[in-house]
Unconditional design. Structure first.
Length: 178
């Protein structure tokens, strides 16, 4: 079980033209936007990562407009391969990490694997991850699940964190997913 008090959101490498090449990119951007806005409403810390932004570009504007603060840059495929990102995640003292981004079978997979090795519980948002090729996304999802990640989707994780169908935050989440 995850709660707002013990969970954080990690958004990985949703950048530039590469993001637009993802399988079902418009659905990906929509789900990422809903996920991020819902996480903000629920008060979750959000860590967002960019892979070599000087080469791959900045986070896609459709997603970036919802993200707080500034991204953390990296050159390793795994977000946890960068000591600054590793320190940021450790410093937030969250047991559960909700993970989304691209590409599912490379950077997302390696980041999830490293989070699991560090004894975090990982909740992979399968409708908010993608790869250029659907088969690669499928393989990445299978590998992460086999490694111990829990599978979820945007609505499932937001409602699990919300707990009850009442209150102002619930009403705002409903508006997001409509």
């Amino acid at each position: 079980m995850i709660t707002t008090e013990d969970s954080g959101l990690l958004i990985i490498d949703v950048q530039g033209k590469l993001a637009e090449q993802m399988n079902e990119s418009s659905a990906l951007f929509k789900n990422l936007s809903i996920l991020i806005q819902g996480a903000k409403l629920l008060g979750l810390p959000i860590v967002w990562i960019e892979q070599l932004p000087d080469k791959l570009g900045r986070t896609h504007p459709e997603v970036a407009k919802h993200l707080p603060g500034e991204p953390l840059g990296k050159s390793s495929f795994s977000a946890l391969g960068d000591s600054k990102i590793r320190s940021e995640i450790k410093g937030l003292n969250r047991k559960n990490w909700i993970v989304a981004g691209i590409e599912c079978h490379v950077c997302v997979y390696q980041s999830v694997r490293d989070l699991l090795e560090m004894q975090y519980d990982v909740h992979l948002v399968n409708d908010a991850v993608s790869s250029r090729v659907l088969e690669n996304k499928t393989l990445g999802l299978q590998a992460m699940q086999s490694a111990g990640a829990s599978m979820t989707c945007t609505e499932m994780v937001l409602f699990e964190l919300q707990k009850k169908a009442e209150g102002d935050v619930f009403k705002q989440i409903i508006q997001l997913i409509k």
